[in-house]
Design a protein around this ligand. Structure first.
Ligand SMILES: [Ca+2]
Length: 286
């Protein structure tokens, strides 16, 4: 079972960092080019405006999280946490008490499904499945299955702002979908400084921007919905402290935003904790 998922689900957390030569060279070239352009153009603002910038963060509070939850989708609605978990035979939809981490309601998915992104939209929960091409629609109170929407390709992340709904499939493309029949309304290619950003995974719509976990990394990118431009990057290296580890963690995945309190929560697959974080924009230089 693990073999089948190697492309997506069995990638070790630190794989991206295991071969530094691959990214170190382009990074050094990029840094050198940036310095050169800065010198060439004079005012530093010109260069900063073109880049996305790394945001900083601090952990405000941490809450228990079921270390058996292979987190694929996460959201907060009316102060309640909803979670979608993956793996075939272990996939579920959950309502979780945020403060205690206790799972208050749990629905096992049929074994043919691998649970993915989760979104609350106009009174219903919509849960993606990885390869089945089916989005399962539920009553958010009872978890009663209401209907199934269908889509082409893989399902990874799903979020929205109450009007628009947007989905990722592990590539660099985000597709905006019609909520009634799930048809594609439009799509954007996600780029950062002109280069494509793929492996977009779990999503969350936060204050006008789409935040996305980048699969296989500890990074979250902040995306402009209109044109797919990455306008910020949040590197969550160091989030998982030694004392928080259970030894079974997989990648960082899961972002939830409480619109009422403006609290941002992040976690990972089989993490023992859910973290409330505060983020800070990079300071303009000069
Ligand atoms: Ca989310």
């Amino acid at each position: 079972m693990a073999k089948k998922k190697k492309n997506k689900e069995s990638k070790p957390e630190n794989e991206a960092a295991s071969s530094p030569a691959k990214w170190l060279v382009p990074l050094l070239v990029a840094v050198a080019a940036g310095v050169f352009v800065t010198l060439l153009l004079g005012p530093k603002e010109t260069v900063i405006a073109a880049g996305s910038g790394n945001w900083s963060y601090k952990v405000v509070q941490k809450f228990r999280h079921d270390p058996g939850a292979y987190t694929q989708g996460l959201l907060v609605h009316n102060g309640v946490l909803y979670e979608s978990t993956g793996l075939r035979g272990q996939s579920s939809l959950r309502r979780v008490d945020l403060m205690s981490g206790i799972v208050q309601q749990h629905l096992d998915l049929d074994k043919r499904y691998f649970g993915e992104g989760l979104h609350f939209h106009r009174g219903v929960l919509i849960q993606l499945t990885w390869q089945a091409g089916e989005a399962l629609v539920y009553n958010n109170e009872t978890f009663a299955h209401l209907r199934t929407l269908r889509y082409e390709g893989q399902g990874w992340g799903l979020t929205g702002d109450g009007n628009q709904m947007v989905m990722s499939d592990g590539s660099d493309v985000l597709r905006f979908r019609n909520s009634s029949d799930f048809s594609v309304v439009r799509e954007v290619k996600v780029t950062e400084n002109g280069k494509k950003v793929d492996n977009l995974n779990e999503l969350e719509w936060i204050e006008g921007r789409i935040w996305a976990n980048v699969y296989g990394t500890n990074d979250i990118v902040m995306i402009e919905p209109e044109d797919g431009r990455v306008v910020g990057r949040l590197k969550l290296n160091g989030l998982l402290q030694r004392e928080d580890r259970n030894g079974r963690e997989d990648v960082l995945n899961g972002i939830a935003y409480d619109r009422a309190t403006k609290a941002i929560y992040v976690t990972g697959k089989r993490y023992s904790y859910l973290y409330q974080i505060e983020v800070t924009e990079p300071k303009p230089r000069g």
